[in-house]
Design a protein. Structure first.
Length: 374
């Protein structure tokens, strides 16, 4: 639902009821992940998509029905149908489990606050009960600034749901989790979908060279918070699309800045006096991606110097160098696409090969953005 938080915030502020259809489970190849939603208000206005167009009409009608009838949330399943070319189904061959429920903003005031925080770019978690006792399915609570708003069932159940929401918000990922069944902490067995809007992942670009501006632009487009760092004041001037430009020695800046396993680092300087201290530190940090620019000869020399500096082979294997995928890139703009394509493939366990030369599902189960791959 957080994919359409800006519109939902406006509807909530206007106290406008709406039906919310949310993908709560997927099987096989599906175009959009769990947590994606469509919403329809009482005037028939719709926002969002859950299938890229395959089943939107059927979901829209179900939303209209739920708004008219009220009552308990409704469940719908959509899979591939080859009996009729015009049957409702997913042409990609996957299966969607969709929960549709009526949302009355007056009864869920915490959602107005949560959607506003998402629209402002702040971290938010919203837990939605998608399986369990009938009187609990559809219940929601939200986590903003480590505070719990709303409830999801009885006291012990709601606390257990809140604990899961806190944990997933800290890890920055949306997930479906099963909880409960133990009399001590949560007697009810529940399945909860925790929607997470995390702070933007970081893209750290070291070296304010001509490639940095293009890489900043593509990184910004992909949703990264972009930092460019260079020790040379004459080069570390304003960089288009960068959120900040830092004048400092790269390794010294990295020692004191905040990173996590969604962080991508691109070293563009190919100058040993900057690169070796920086990479020696970076390859020991739990960041998602570390790439370095340079020729193959530069790469071999870099490996030699890093080995002499004490890095083990398993650490060196984390280094993506020469940086980027083989796209035949020549210009800074093409090189930026090459680099970010490798970051995307690395993050999502993609092969980097043309889809026409591979088999199996096109849409894979979601992998947490920036997760460190061993």
């Amino acid at each position: 639902m957080l994919n359409i938080a800006d519109v939902l915030h406006r509807w909530c502020r206007a106290a406008r009821p709406f039906a919310l259809a949310t993908v709560v489970d997927v099987t096989g190849s599906t175009p959009l992940p769990i947590g994606t939603s469509v919403a329809v208000d009482e005037d028939g206005n719709a926002v969002g998509s859950i299938s890229g167009g395959c089943v939107e009409g059927a979901v829209y009608e179900l939303c209209r029905q739920v708004l008219r009838d009220g009552g308990a949330p409704q469940r719908a399943w959509f899979g591939y149908s080859d009996d009729d070319a015009f049957a409702v189904g997913l042409t990609c061959g996957g299966e969607l489990d969709v929960l549709v429920q009526r949302i009355d903003p007056i009864r869920h005031p915490h959602l107005t606050f949560a959607f506003a925080e998402v629209a402002d770019g702040r971290p938010v978690g919203v837990a939605q009960v998608v399986d369990g006792p009938e009187d609990v399915v559809g219940a929601m609570l939200s986590i903003v600034d480590d505070r719990v708003h709303g409830n999801a069932g009885s006291g012990p159940s709601s606390r257990a749901v809140a604990d899961q929401a806190h944990a997933l918000l800290r890890s920055g990922r949306t997930a479906r989790v099963a909880i409960g069944g133990q009399a001590d902490d949560c007697p009810q067995s529940l399945t909860v979908l925790v929607h997470v809007h995390a702070a933007r992942p970081r893209l750290l670009i070291f070296g304010a060279v001509d490639f940095a501006a293009s890489l900043s632009q593509v990184g910004h487009f992909l949703g990264y918070r972009v930092t460019v760092c260079d020790a040379r004041p004459v080069f570390a001037t304003a960089v288009p699309y960068a959120d900040e430009v830092v004048v400092d020695w790269p390794h010294r800046y990295l020692e004191h800045t905040e990173v996590d396993d969604r962080t991508a680092m691109c070293v563009l300087t190919h100058d040993a006096k900057f690169d070796i201290p920086l990479l020696r530190l970076a390859l020991d940090l739990p960041v998602g991606y570390v790439g370095a620019m340079g020729s193959r000869r530069t790469h071999q020399e870099r490996l030699r110097l890093l080995t002499e500096a004490g890095l083990t082979q398993d650490r060196l294997m984390r280094l993506r160098s020469p940086i980027g995928l083989d796209l035949g890139a020549r210009t800074p703009e093409e090189t930026a696409v090459s680099i970010t394509a490798e970051i995307i493939a690395h993050t999502n366990l993609g092969t980097g090969l043309p889809l026409s030369s591979t088999s199996g599902p096109i849409h894979r189960p979601a992998v947490r953005e920036g997760a460190v791959m061993k």
